[in-house]
Design a protein around this ligand. Structure first.
Ligand SMILES: [Zn+2]
Length: 157
């Protein structure tokens, strides 16, 4: 539990506010990847080289890269569709465990594995929005190349 007395309204409110900041939300998303719950919920065990610091380092790199590409933005953009990230939680989801997409927070921030056959590691982590992550699902890099090739063929015709 995040707080000793879950009925302490002031604590609940403070925690909720923190979870709606970038630091709070991204911290929880990263923490979720490192929990032992991957065993229970069929998640993916991160590579040994990945700890909280490494995830944050990759996130900071992502911001720097996106800011370089889009200087007018703050760099908090989906890597795929370039829409801005939001960091929004739903009240009362803390400590409830994984509840599938229906327990999803109203945010669009997510962490993707570029190649779904590999685990979370520096060369495979992509910060993107929930809808891109859903659209991509289990597609491998080969699938992506094929989609792009067929797309180009249609456009050229
Ligand atoms: Zn996106």
């Amino acid at each position: 539990m995040a707080y000793k007395d879950p009925n302490d309204a002031r604590r609940v409110q403070k925690d909720f506010e923190y979870m709606n900041t970038e630091r709070g939300y991204v911290g929880r998303a990263i923490g979720g990847k490192l929990k032992p719950s991957y065993k229970t919920y069929g998640g993916h065990k991160p590579h040994e080289s990945m700890d909280k610091k490494e995830f944050w380092r990759l996130y900071m790199n992502h911001i720097i890269n996106m800011k370089y590409k889009f200087p007018e933005s703050d760099g908090r953009l989906c890597r795929y569709c370039e829409k801005p990230f939001t960091f929004k939680t739903r009240m009362g989801t803390r400590g409830k465990g994984y509840n599938g997409r229906k327990g999803q927070n109203p945010t669009n921030f997510s962490i993707d594995r570029y190649d779904p056959r590999l685990t979370y590691m520096a060369s495979n982590v992509v910060f993107c929005c929930v809808s891109c992550n859903d659209k991509k699902k289990n597609s491998t890099p080969d699938d992506w190349r094929n989609f792009l090739r067929v797309g180009r063929e249609f456009i050229n015709d």
